[in-house]
Design a protein. Structure first.
Lengths: 168, 556
């Protein structure tokens, strides 16, 4: 599955456990397999976990230090639960990689980044239809947005900064 | 009224550009029809029965003369020279071409307007009391709050793919003219009884549609400064917990109902306590910046009584009659608000021609500080008219065919577009409204009946608010025939109530008779000074049911 981040296409170093559970340095396991995978991992091995978008962050919290990647599944692009889940994970202090995995569309790229995702793993067919250039362009179409707390450069804080520079 | 700063202007222009690329990417096959659909809906573009429909946001119903003239221009250039005001104070054009939409969006951006989030599973255009800033009973003008929410909800990164649509309404008065309890979130500006501090009563889980619900209060006092953080908590709980397995159970009202208001409130409060409010909320200087745009216009100091107005009433009976129905008291002496009825007998409720738009815009510019309001009842308000000028305004309205004297009366009917336009409709709405209006056209009869709200929807989605009509009419399709169910006792105000079904559905041609029978029961049995809705509450449904069964034959 093609992988992209804010810079563009990148290599996916994560190998699903279903394909190779033992030899890789970056093993991506299903949520149900996380316990055994952590118990069996090699010293230099990193573990990532794929979770459904219905998971509660309290279930994930004990593993924040032990896992290097959380991949949140988007069953369809219209199901926006993953955006809130990502936001909650970041606010709970999760510092590892956050991946959105599913048939997202380019118009959602900036939303995903603003909510705390680092990268998006797309099904082949979707990536083939929507060239990476479209994703990178879509992200830049709206320069400023109104919401505070979703990345820098929001309009409210810029208005505030302008007020502080030149008090009325 | 609010004026865009450089950020707002750039944001709306860029949104137009974004839509252009979305259309282009649909045309070149980069995105599928399924992927394009929510993108066009979030820009107000529907595919209807006969054509595309474009829904333009009129945030909290406030318009300038210049904006209304621009709508007139768009109506003439891209549509059939008329537009339609909806129950959410938006304007709909029913006949634009898809290829013209980006150009229309540019024309809207020229006058600080847009179509952002007038449809789709996102936070929709925010509505407010159409007498904001005018009503004597107002604690605070709700429009600054509504404008803050318009900005906050626009292209929200986290809440643009909700389980279902999400509607917010704000009122600043104890009297509810914005139907806040029929919204996903209703906000009422309140004053803390002890500290006198301004804050909000937060109601959640109202809505009409196939499962009508009255919103529950989950917070009786929310400090003003915490508004955005608290709403973010509500939206996050809904986004994560709202049902996505069934489109008909996906509104927040179902979540509130299934969890119970207490449990829903507990989840919201827990999230609100957890999140970092100061990093989310607008700072007070920003709130003050917005509020300053809604400062009072430059009122003159006038006597409360206008001799010119009294003299004109004494001389002209038609004018006097119109002033008895279409005025609303203004808190400033010598001024009045007036409602321009878009319900002339026999016309489609809420429709307005391009010429009429210009006529009203001219009157607003000359006599109402250049400002207009659109009401959820599909009428237009001139908010700041000197009583001295009323006769001149009325003459202007007469010339434009807009002097119908029926506001709040039985012919001031709310109706959705229905099967004449809408792809979702199961029956016609407009012809039913027209037939009822014809039946009760006599002004004396209307005055005798007094305040009575009839609301008509052409399908179960209830855009015509039939659930909260004193008399509600719901058009369905039963074995290939239109069938109209009648409900009684609905209430759209602070005493909000869902109407109750009177009996089996009726054929279209029997509806005016049925309404006449219902009204007949009221006229025969009312106490002195008792309004229709008060009488229904006292009498119960039975006498009305009996009257209805006497003659009309059921369809199904």
């Amino acid at each position: 599955m093609p992988l992209l981040d804010r810079e563009g296409l990148r290599e996916d170093v994560w190998v699903p456990a279903a394909i190779d559970a033992t030899s890789g340095t970056h093993v991506l396991v299903a949520w149900e397999q996380l316990g055994p995978a952590l118990a069996e991992r090699r010293n230099d091995g990193k573990i990532g976990v794929a979770v459904p978008n219905t998971i509660k962050i309290d279930e994930l919290r004990p593993f924040f230090e032990a896992i290097a990647l959380i991949s949140i599944t988007f069953p369809g692009f219209g199901d926006g639960r993953g955006f809130s889940l990502a936001k909650l994970l970041r606010e709970a202090g999760y510092k590892g990689v956050l991946r959105a995995s599913g048939p997202l569309i380019a118009d959602q790229f900036s939303y995903a980044l603003f909510c705390g995702f680092d990268e998006i793993s797309l099904p082949e067919a979707n990536a083939a239809r929507q060239p990476i250039a479209q994703w990178l362009a879509a992200r830049k179409l709206i320069t400023n947005t109104y919401q505070r707390g979703y990345g820098s450069g929001n309009i409210l804080d810029q208005r505030r900064a302008a007020r502080l520079r030149s008090p009325a | 009224m609010y004026r865009y700063d450089e950020f707002d202007a750039q944001f709306v222009r860029e949104r137009v550009g974004q839509f252009r690329t979305q259309v282009a990417r649909r045309l070149d096959g980069s995105i599928t029809e399924d992927e394009f659909k929510p993108l066009r809906l979030k820009n107000g573009v529907y595919l209807q029965l006969h054509a595309y429909m474009l829904r333009i946001a009129i945030p909290y119903g406030t318009l300038s003369s210049r904006q209304l003239r621009q709508l007139a221009l768009i109506a003439e250039k891209f549509d059939r020279s008329y537009g339609h005001f909806t129950t959410r104070t938006n304007m709909q054009f029913n006949w634009p071409k898809l290829r013209d939409v980006p150009e229309i969006l540019d024309l809207l951006a020229d006058v600080e307007m847009h179509c952002i989030q007038t449809s789709g599973n996102c936070i929709r255009n925010v509505t407010a009391d159409h007498f904001a800033g005018i009503a004597a009973d107002e604690i605070e003008d709700p429009r600054p709050t509504a404008e803050l929410l318009r900005q906050w909800s626009s292209l929200h990164p986290e809440f643009s793919y909700l389980p279902r649509k999400f509607k917010i309404a704000v009122t600043g008065s104890a009297r509810d003219r914005a139907v806040v309890r029929a919204h996903d979130i209703g906000l009422r500006i309140v004053r803390d009884p002890k500290t006198r501090e301004i804050g909000y009563e937060v109601m959640v889980g109202g809505g009409l549609g196939r499962t009508p619900m009255i919103a529950k209060t989950i917070r009786s006092f929310l400090p003003r400064a915490d508004l955005l953080a608290y709403l973010e908590a509500v939206m996050r709980v809904y986004n994560l917990e709202g049902r996505r397995d069934n489109k008909y159970k996906a509104r927040v009202k179902i979540l509130v109902h299934e969890l119970g208001a207490e449990e829903f409130s507990r989840l919201v409060e827990a999230e609100f306590a957890r999140l970092d409010g100061p990093s989310v909320n607008a700072d007070p200087a920003e709130v003050a910046r917005i509020a300053a745009y809604f400062a009072d216009p430059a009122y003159d100091t006038l006597p409360a009584r206008s001799t010119a107005f009294e003299a004109a009433k004494a001389e002209n009976r038609a004018f006097a009659h119109w002033t008895s129905t279409n005025l609303f008291p203004h808190r400033v002496p010598g001024y009045t608000a007036l409602t321009v009825s878009l319900k002339p007998i026999g016309e489609a409720p809420g429709d307005i021609t391009a010429d009429q738009m210009r006529a009203v815009a001219d009157l607003a510019e000359r006599y109402s500080f250049d400002e207009l309001r659109v009401t959820h009842a599909q009428n237009v308000v001139l908010p700041y008219v000197r009583k001295d000028d009323l006769f001149a305004v009325w003459e202007g309205l007469v010339a434009a065919g807009l002097a119908t004297a029926n506001v709040g009366l039985i012919t001031d009917i709310i109706a959705c577009p229905g099967l004449d336009y809408c792809a979702l409709a199961t029956a016609r709405s407009i012809p039913i409204a027209q037939a009822i209006a014809h039946r009760f056209a006599d002004e004396k009869k209307q005055a005798e009946i007094g305040e009575l709200n009839i609301k008509i929807s052409g399908c179960i989605n209830a855009c015509g608010h039939h659930h909260v009509g004193h008399i509600g009419i719901l058009g369905l399709e039963k074995s290939g025939q239109e069938s109209y169910q009648i409900t009684l006792g609905g209430d759209a105000t602070e005493t909000a109530a869902i109407g109750k079904l009177l009996g089996p559905g009726l054929a279209a041609e029997d509806v005016p008779d049925a309404i006449e029978r219902i009204v007949g029961v009221y006229l025969a049995q009312r106490d002195s000074g008792e309004t229709f809705i008060e009488a229904v509450r006292r009498l119960g449904l039975d006498p009305f049911k009996i009257a209805l069964q006497e003659k009309t034959h059921a369809v199904a």
